[in-house]
Design a protein around this ligand. Structure first.
Ligand SMILES: Cc1ncc(COP(=O)(O)O)c(C=O)c1O
Length: 406
């Protein structure tokens, strides 16, 4: 249904890409935009007073406006950066800058390392308390425990919108209400949400929202850091260089603070990944132009079929069972087979599956496992591929049984 938009998918029908939480295939719009830009005369953005520079600068600012409109933000609230990891690092650094020693940060045990490590490091450097909201026995973030943190002087809550291991979608509206009641800034890691459902940051009322281009059919090396204007205005840049300063106060560093350009330029020192930003904006525009209801229905049918399929076999341990809203991401283990061996065998049979801790070691620890297999499906995956996957699964299990008995 969607495969014809993805040349690497329809030209490789013998391979089945089931690792879309890790990265996604390029869509035709991304490929065509790349080619269009490669054929333009090259010029840096904003620096030149000539036609070529003006054209590319216009494309770049248009990209910002397009993305802002699609996610319900203002254009100057969009900071282009390398990806979710960089966006989370910038936010963590800026948000913790002025916290007092008695203030704390709350994250959850379901976070990707990218939403764990920056907070651990900065809380250590600044002597701040870091708390973790636990997951339930099923691996879902346990929102019922939020009340236990109300007397902890939490200033920031940073949480994933969708888990990269269980696919469970966090109830941001409930979380935001709790944040408002407790005067807490809400940072949302949207890395796993973006390909399934383009967020509307105004409706979510997230203070900060981050995502990556490569997880939504566009290039790597580009990401979006959205933050509310009032935050960006207050934050100090954490990178310094060309294109972000109004005046150069030579050696008098005390004048520097008043010299930054306005947002968003203040946060985009140096030559930004402008081509990738343009590719991302065209890709998101294309994605938003699809029938969103049909897209959602397709994701849900992939989800339902995978769930039924995995539950059929007693030799499979599914990591997360629930009726919580989720995207088609499944973690599981096959009895008596190490996930790395299983992923290797799946590869032999044409399937790209991820195995390991999925950069979510705290979650693995909570679930008392070291590693697991993961299927993460995207719009170009089909129900027929899941039938083939079931055959491969049975073959692999039979193979592993032979290995056990010899
Ligand atoms: C939930 C989540 N957050 C953050 C990241 C980091 O994204 P990136 O590597 O694009 O910076 C990932 C990547 O898999 C992720 O799944």
């Amino acid at each position: 249904m969607y495969q014809h938009h993805f040349p690497a998918v329809y030209n490789n029908k013998q391979r089945h890409f089931f690792d879309n939480a890790s990265t996604t295939q390029y869509c035709t719009t991304a490929i065509e935009t790349t080619s269009m830009l490669d054929n333009l005369p090259r010029s840096n953005i904003t620096r030149g007073i000539y036609k070529e520079a003006e054209i590319i600068s216009e494309y770049y600012e248009q990209a910002r406006q397009t993305i802002a409109k699609l996610i319900g933000a203002k254009a100057h609230e969009i900071i282009f950066c390398r990806g979710t990891t960089e966006a989370l690092n910038i936010s963590a650094r800026c948000l913790t800058e002025n916290l007092k020693k008695n203030q704390a940060v709350l994250i959850t045990d379901a976070e990707h390392h990218s939403n764990f490590l920056p907070w651990i490091e900065l809380c250590k450097q600044k002597n701040l308390q870091l708390y973790r909201l636990p997951v339930d026995t099923n691996g879902a973030i346990d929102l019922s425990q939020l009340t236990n943190f109300e007397d902890k002087n939490i200033a920031i809550l940073s949480i994933t919108h969708c888990s990269n291991v269980t696919g469970v979608i966090s109830d941001i509206s409930l979380i935001k209400k709790w944040c408002i009641r407790n005067n807490i800034i809400l940072v949302v890691d949207g890395a796993q949400m973006i390909q399934h459902d383009i967020p509307n940051v105004s409706n979510l009322d997230a203070d900060v929202y981050c995502f990556s281009g490569h997880k939504v059919f566009a290039s790597s090396g580009i990401g979006v850091l959205y933050a509310k204007e009032k935050l960006l205005e207050k934050w100090q840049p954490i990178m310094w260089g060309g294109g972000m300063v109004l005046d150069m106060p030579m050696l008098n560093s005390s004048e520097l603070d008043n010299s930054w350009l306005k947002i968003p330029q203040k946060f985009e020192a140096g030559t930004p990944p402008y081509q990738q930003a343009i590719i991302l904006s065209h890709t998101l525009k294309w994605l938003a132009s699809l029938d969103q209801q049909a897209l959602h229905k397709h994701h849900q049918s992939l989800l339902k079929k995978t769930n039924t399929l995995l539950q059929k076999y007693s030799f499979i341990d599914i990591i997360h069972h629930s009726n919580l809203p989720r995207h088609p991401i499944f973690a599981f283990n096959i009895h008596h087979l190490h996930p790395h061996d299983a992923a290797h065998l799946f590869n032999e049979l044409g399937f790209c599956l991820r195995a390991g801790h999925h950069c979510a070691k705290p979650l693995m620890k909570s679930l008392h496992i070291h590693a697991c297999l993961r299927i993460s499906l995207s719009c170009y995956n089909t129900l027929e591929e899941l039938d083939l996957f079931e055959d491969a699964l049975k073959t692999i299990y039979q193979h592993s049984q032979k290995f056990l008995t010899c």
